[in-house]
Design a binder for this molecule. Structure first.
Ligand code: GAP
Length: 548
């Protein structure tokens, strides 16, 4: 499939998401707010089902007495729900205050702001005039965008475009400036009409800042919206140990909102400024940490497959040493081939990081830095810690082996919104089905896993008479306590099937003349379109079994 097709497929997914109430732009009636998204009636159910599946499979439903396939030993799991605003020192010790930034660049002319690493450009010349033309578009859209900008800059008509001479192919502005082959004075900004309007790149901390209290004013009142849920778990490590009698190895799971003031949110919900994370911090003995890292990487990979993501569109990628975060001694990403990406490109769904003892030590001792391969306390010119830790003892005492140590942490960190987006993209299918007269009709169908589907079953009386609605309503009321289902009697049965296909409903139950005489209903399968007759008395148990 070429890029053009993939982008138009993405456009159709975005349009269905809006038309059917999966996802809306936040504050849309006021023109929307970039990087913020609302989930509509179908979307909220899909997202809740995804989070519930994660919570159940990873935390609540975990069997701590069994040794799961690939796990070095049995382990315990428990949960937490921490605040979004925490003590500012949390972010100083975690490294976010000093290090959680992107480089950005402003345009004095257009007043637009760009992520430095998102700008690409190439040299163009015409009749002795030379300029480095840039774009903030990505992939296949970038070259035509620079061509259009160069044409405008040189004041050429469309048929004169071939007169432009290009030197080299598109390269990153960041790389070209670092290499000294381009100066900002020669750069035509992505939305500028003259060169030299881009500012020097500046650091921009991604944490949203706020103030606590009505009399807020001085620096002590500064607080931050959390950029990850993980830190709430680390600072509660001792509380959980002291209150729940868990023993290492064990994990703490948390689902919650995180906030990042992304410079350029893009690609629908993929890079948002407000999003939800599903994170586990898994505490283990240092000597066993490599085996636990492998276990969690493989376990999380399998979770996406079990929920139906297409294996050929998923990739498990180990990070190179130079990609690792300041705390990480090993990270793998689970990535999905989103349709807005170029063929062969993948976007991150989840990261599984081996964080060593960085986090617990940071919250004990203060902000750490890596020096000659070891983590040491960062100190200022006065020799004092740059950011002081809590001073609390976060080590663990194993009362069986009589050992004391600071546990190592394995962190599977997934994005709920990116998960929803991947499942939406993967589920989206267009095919042809016969209509009521047997003629082929094109349909859009969301082939969501039944556990994720917002509505599990639709109950449809064939006609609004002859006692069919009464039987259908009775079945609806029997099914409703067990699963999300809908009663629908409006329009032709073909149109009602089409509505349910777009919502991703796996099963439709039709009440017809035979139901009244034989007490059976037609069960239509969304994906295979096979229709079977099922005794009405068996419907509830049958669908409950299938959902298991
Ligand atoms: N505690 C580690 C951590 O937060 P991360 O890779 O920065 O690691 C984890 O984030 C996951 O959170 C990502 O894999 C992604 O699914 C999600 N995520 C991160 N930034 C996001 C954003 N701006 N919009 C939507 N999801 C995001």
């Amino acid at each position: 499939m070429d890029k053009q097709n993939d982008q138009s497929r993405m456009d159709r997914i975005v349009s269905l998401a809006k038309r059917r109430g999966f996802i809306f732009q936040s504050s849309e009636i006021y023109g929307g707010l970039n990087g913020f998204w609302d989930y509509g009636p179908l979307g909220v159910a899909l997202k809740r089902n995804l989070k519930d599946a994660w919570w159940r499979d990873m935390v609540a439903g975990h069997d701590e007495l069994a040794t799961l396939a690939g796990a070095p030993s049995p382990y315990e799991m428990t949960g937490l729900d921490c605040t979004i605003i925490m003590h500012p020192q949390v972010w100083k010790c975690s490294g976010h205050f000093d290090l959680f930034h992107d480089w950005m660049i402003d345009c004095r002319e257009s007043k637009r702001r760009y992520r430095y690493d998102h700008i690409h450009g190439r040299w163009a010349s015409h009749r002795g005039k030379k300029v480095f033309v840039t774009t903030d578009q990505s992939g296949d859209e970038a070259p035509p965008d620079t061509a259009a900008k160069a044409q405008k800059f040189f004041g050429l008509r469309a048929k004169q475009v071939d007169e432009i001479e290009w030197a080299g192919s598109l390269e990153s502005l960041e790389g070209a400036i670092a290499a000294g082959s381009v100066a900002l004075a020669d750069v035509l900004g992505p939305d500028a009409t003259a060169p030299g309007t881009l500012t020097e790149p500046r650091e921009f901390n991604l944490m949203f800042e706020t103030r606590i209290g009505a009399l807020a004013g001085d620096d002590d009142d500064r607080a931050f919206l959390r950029p990850e849920t993980a830190q709430g778990i680390f600072v509660n490590f001792k509380n959980v140990l002291d209150t729940s009698r868990v023993r290492v190895p064990f994990g703490i799971g948390q689902i919650g909102k995180s906030f990042r003031n992304e410079i350029t949110p893009r690609n629908f919900t993929f890079r948002s400024r407000e999003f939800e994370q599903m994170e586990i911090e898994f505490f283990c003995k240092p000597a066993d940490s490599a085996a636990w890292y492998r276990y969690w990487r493989d376990r999380r990979w399998k979770w996406y497959l079990d929920l139906g993501l297409t294996e050929g569109k998923l990739q498990l990628r180990e990070h190179h040493a130079d990609e690792l975060s300041h705390y990480s001694v090993g990270t793998a990403d689970i990535e999905y081939a989103f349709p807005f990406l170029n063929p062969g490109e993948f976007g991150e769904l989840e990261g599984i990081a081996h964080r060593g003892d960085f986090d617990l030590r940071s919250h004990m001792e203060g902000k750490l830095v890596r020096q000659d391969g070891a983590l040491v306390l960062e100190t200022g010119a006065d020799g004092k810690p740059r950011h002081k830790g809590s001073g609390k003892d976060l080590s663990y005492f194993d009362d069986i082996s009589r050992e004391r140590y600071v546990p190592h942490v394995i962190e599977p960190s997934a994005g709920a919104d990116r998960g929803v987006l991947a499942f939406l993209c993967d589920a989206y299918h267009e095919d042809e089905v016969p209509d009521e007269d047997g003629k082929p009709r094109s349909r859009t169908v969301m082939k969501l896993h039944p556990r994720l589907a917002p509505v599990k079953a639709a109950i449809l009386p064939l006609v609004k008479k002859d006692g069919m609605p009464e039987v259908a309503i009775d079945l609806y009321r029997k099914l409703k306590p067990h699963m999300a289902c809908q009663y629908d009697e409006k329009g032709s049965v073909g149109r009602r099937y089409a509505r349910q296909d777009e919502a991703g409903t796996p099963w439709c139950l039709t009440i017809d003349g035979q139901t009244l005489s034989e007490n059976t209903v037609t069960l239509r399968d969304r994906d295979s379109l096979v229709q079977t007759r099922v005794p009405i008395a068996e419907v509830v148990d049958m669908l409950r079994d299938r959902l298991q």
